[in-house]
Design a protein around this ligand. Sequence first.
Ligand SMILES: Cc1cc2nc3c(=O)[nH]c(=O)nc-3n(C[C@H](O)[C@H](O)[C@H](O)COP(=O)(O)OP(=O)(O)OC[C@H]3O[C@@H](n4cnc5c(N)ncnc54)[C@H](O)[C@@H]3O)c2cc1C
Length: 202
Amino acid sequence: MKVLLLSKNVPKVNADRDTLLRHSYFTFLVDGISRACSHQLVRHRPASYSQQSQRYVAMKNFPFVVPDSVRGKEVTVEGKTLTYDDLMSLIGKFYEGLVDAGAPKEDARFVLPNACTTRVLFTMNGEELVHFLRLRTCTRAQWEIRKMAVEMLRILREKFPSLFSHVGPNCYYLGHCTEGEKSCGRPEDVRRFFATLGKRGA
Ligand SMILES: Cc1cc2nc3c(=O)[nH]c(=O)nc-3n(C[C@H](O)[C@H](O)[C@H](O)COP(=O)(O)OP(=O)(O)OC[C@H]3O[C@@H](n4cnc5c(N)ncnc54)[C@H](O)[C@@H]3O)c2cc1C
């Protein structure tokens, strides 16, 4: 996964942090995330998105994300023992077979998995970015979007410490966890992590 802050627009006015955030815009390019991750990202509505198309790009040898939990595992289906990578390769071949048989790429792509990587360009204003980061840096968020959100926050803190040093999951941002029974139960550890993120190369 690659996360780049492509551009930003923070007004040069003497105003408090919330006002500056409200009037600021940040454009990120995220490459190499799975479609499972991008699907979660685009649920955040006050933002603009552009995503790499699967309609026209040939996806024969599609790149894919491998969750740690599936590494080294084998599954037997109808007498054939397959790894995750074997299945991805099989899907790529099936996709190619459909295209060779005359199916348009926009239809052949229906067989592609959530694991397929994608590239998303998106712009959020500072207020929405804070909302997004509060939800998605929390340990309750799914690991891939959390990894992406933590990297975004690290970059933002390095470049704009006065705007983002207070941002993190709610246990850090508010000082208490809001997840109730679903809390990870270790807010002290989480707070410690976010207290140093983006500082002195952390
Ligand atoms: C840990 C976690 C688990 C999740 N699990 C699921 C799940 O199982 N199933 C599922 O479907 N989704 C799930 N989601 C997605 C979640 O339901 C939201 O769709 C997503 O987090 C976007 O957040 P949001 O709606 O608060 O804010 P955003 O869309 O980011 O909007 C920010 C804020 O702007 C305001 N706003 C935006 N649009 C409008 C509007 N049209 N009208 C009025 N106000 C608006 C609201 O105040 C909103 O809170 C999950 C999210 C998280 C973080």
